[in-house]
Ligand binder design. Sequence first.
Ligand code: HEC
Length: 151
Amino acid sequence: MTGGPKLARAVPLLMLVLAASPASPRQPQDTRSVWDGVYTGEQADRGQPLYRKECASCHGDLLTGGEMAPPLAGGSFLSNWNGLTVGDLFERIRKTMPQNKAGKLPRTTIADVTAYMLKVNDFPAGKEELSTKTEALSLIQIETSKPERKK
Ligand code: HEC
């Protein structure tokens, strides 16, 4: 017995896994930030009623937080997330929210709600919708203040 055939099957599989795993979120050349117009206005408009339905009872209509739940907009929220990625935020919501029925919302709903949250936090809309794929979202940095860039 040589392990040949087995290895021949394992190697392409390994390559697939490597290709599919998210790139390091810290590589500046292929990262974007929330300042780059990473959602559309239309998507945020879809997100608003979804937010009202699924999140507002705890986090407040204006994302200012409630008795138990923290705000989802403004300085203290942003300082919690500064330096992390939209992928981190998306996964946090996907796995733990709404707190009373975590893990139940479809990715499209979470993406739309996240777009709405970005809008309320005053990040600019753009031409492309926020992805529903965590790997793509992990390339978008959350930066509290607008980075200075050459146009
Ligand atoms: C039943 C109440 C409830 C609902 C509904 C709810 N949340 Fe929460 N959420 C909480 C509580 C309480 C916390 C703080 C405790 C924790 O982190 O689990 C929290 C924390 C969070 C955080 C972390 C905030 C931070 O700065 O670390 C995010 C993001 C979040 N919620 C998003 C959402 C979104 C988006 C929805 C709707 C899809 C939602 N939540 C619905 C109660 C709720």
